[in-house]
Ligand binder design. Sequence first.
Ligand SMILES: [Zn+2]
Length: 496
Amino acid sequence: MSDYDDFIARVKVLSTIESIGGLLGWDQETMMPPKGGALRAESLAFLSGLAHARLVDPVMGELLAKLGDAELDEGEAANVREVRHAWEKATKLPAELVEEIARHKSLALQVWQEARAEDDFAKFQPALEKMVELQCRAAEHYGYDDNIYDAMLDNYEPGMTVAQLDPLFAGLREEIVPLVKAIGRCDQPDMSFMERGPFPEAGQREFSLRVAAAIGFDFDAGRMDTSTHPFCSGAGPRDVRFTTRYDESFPFGCLYGVMHETGHGLYEQGLLAENEGTPLGKAVSLGVHESQSRLWENLVGRSREFWEHWLPDFRETFPHVGDLDLDTIHRAVNRVHPSLIRVEADEATYNLHIMLRYEVEKALVNGEVPVGDLPQFWNSRMEKYLGITPPNDTQGVLQDIHWSMGAIGYFPTYTLGNLYAAQLWEATLRDLPDLSQQIAAGKTAPLLEWMRSHIHVHGSRWEPEELVQRASGVEPGAEAFVRYLKGKFGALYGLA
Ligand SMILES: [Zn+2]
């Protein structure tokens, strides 16, 4: 066996462990009875410890050292590069800390679910304090140059730093805040058809499933279930599990949640089977992942062309909306208004929700705000960025699952995803001049093919910024997104 073959065999074992963990995590959110939590925490901690031990095995270190000098092709070199990055991170963390984090994740998740249901931040506070402390300990082990938060960002978008994000976010805010204000002075969309509800759960489920299948999700290689917070995970590219949730007074939460998670699922299903179990067969970053979900949710799903095709089906599924017309639904699903819940926010205000979380996280991990003051900090930032104050913590600081899972540094990838999506969209419009007509005719296969060949099949062959640059022909930035927002909402709201 060559060194490279030995290396790949070990990498595939790691992938198998990850795949089992993915399934247990999915089950925890969708199927597990409440009393199963403690055992599940133990099981996940065990798997996490097992994977860590396999990764930091001295033989892996020796193989990586030997392969550093070996003659490898581009794909093989990418596999070595990605595993070396993970290995370097893992060797910096003591095994006890890895297990402690995994165990605390499962417990904190349960506490968060209860605290959110009961609107009781104090209940979540000790679990969050411990999570912040654990993540800061991990960050100190990883090391960083400027800001401890950089070490956390790197877990989700390799190489990203506060020094890059601060100006990027400040620049975006300068464009978005005046746009949202200008829109606020315009005539607002007619939402009266919503009062003709309810929109039964069964109808929402069936309609969303039809859309997910039509845009290319393979239900022989995945499934859809229900959970508190929608997500997409699973055992691997041939077994992708995504979830949604239902609100019978508001059908678009489910629909766009499904289109979003389907976008993630399409990326997973587009990874090449021949590379399964290796970095070449895995998504490259959360930012790129989010570009795929946002693309299908917003650039496709909230376009006039999408509704040209789907409105008749929607009217048939929910007959009480009567003669709801194309202009009305198009304006309704693109209504811009400051709101409390991130996952339901419109495209224009969404990134303000992310900036708020970015500020909160930076302040928390730098010890500038104690966890106990978070509800107050949160509410004051909501007032500053969006002009509204949450009436309770369930609709405020307790709304997101991320912190209970230890995912600090994750939120900025959502905004990066929005920026990448707009950039890829401009590139597809250039390559596929009749894309709009195709979407209006219900034909999204050419768009999916473009994403398959430019993004999905490459897995982690190149780092995120290089991948986006190669695919779009432009260096990643905010320009395409700002052009898209101004163009779309300028036209919708009749702004000059
Ligand atoms: Zn997402």
